[in-house]
Write a protein that binds this ligand. Structure first.
Ligand SMILES: C[S@@+](CC[C@H](N)C(=O)[O-])C[C@H]1O[C@@H](n2cnc3c(N)ncnc32)[C@H](O)[C@@H]1O
Length: 213
């Protein structure tokens, strides 16, 4: 697992080098943001064994409810295994960046370690997540959080050097299809795009056509 030193974040594009320790440290959710429960009670987040987890309390996760009333389906966490999967996107991020889905803000914090990133727009559909997990970025001129559906976010006149898609839907069924639709939607507005856990053969195709990394 990529937890120490400088390692390769391999991909079909070749190998890139990133400082994993620095990125993992940056990705961590600030301790004062947890525990958290969304105002509608449908999401909660807490530390478990040192990692930050956010759960969606839905039918799929009812068996995971614990004695504190937390539980549900894991939507996201800041464990090394998850975070490593963003390294290549962080490596390719420069200039103006767009991220769909704020989540716990891990990707944004990693990007902010790079001086070559001028600005990051984040499109987050959930106002409670945007308000709570976006709070650490509220005074940062390099970050703008837009509360909007990434499928409807107005694109006219906008252009980014790199767009990274990582949204979520319940059960994550069809997630890559959704990411594919987003890649198509943003194609005329981005130099490079990628999506979390996108199938390798599609990534290769995107790279060959100059759309992806
Ligand atoms: C898996 S999390 C992203 C985790 C994030 N990469 C991080 O660094 O912490 C997915 C996020 O996408 C948001 N989301 C889901 N559907 C969306 C949509 N259509 N438009 C914008 N955001 C969306 C969810 O509310 C959630 O906050």
């Amino acid at each position: 697992m990529c937890v120490v030193g400088t390692v390769r974040a391999s991909s079909v594009t070749g190998n890139v080098k990133v400082n994993t320790n620095a990125l993992l440290a940056a990705a961590r959710v600030p301790v004062d943001l947890l525990p958290w429960k969304s105002p509608d009670g449908l999401m909660n987040a807490k530390h478990i064994l040192g990692g930050a987890f956010l759960f969606n309390v839905c039918m799929a996760g009812l068996q995971r409810v614990d004695d504190e009333g937390y539980g549900g389906y894991t939507v996201m966490d800041d464990c090394a295994f998850e975070i490593c999967r963003h390294f290549e996107a962080v490596y390719h991020a420069k200039g103006r960046v767009l991220k769909t889905g704020l989540g716990l803000g891990c990707f944004v914090r990693m990007c902010l370690t790079k001086p070559e990133i001028e600005h990051i727009d984040v499109v987050e559909i959930d106002p409670d997540i945007a308000e709570h997990f976006g709070r650490p970025f509220a005074d940062d001129p390099r970050v703008t959080i837009h509360v909007a559906d990434a499928f409807e976010f107005p694109l006219k006149g906008k252009y980014w050097d790199m767009v990274w898609h990582d949204i979520y839907e319940e059960g994550n069924e069809g997630l890559q299809l959704q990411h594919g639709k987003l890649i198509k939607r943003y194609a005329d507005h981005a130099d490079l795009q990628g999506a979390w856990a996108f199938p390798k053969f599609l990534r290769r195709r995107m790279r060959e056509t100059g759309l992806g990394f």
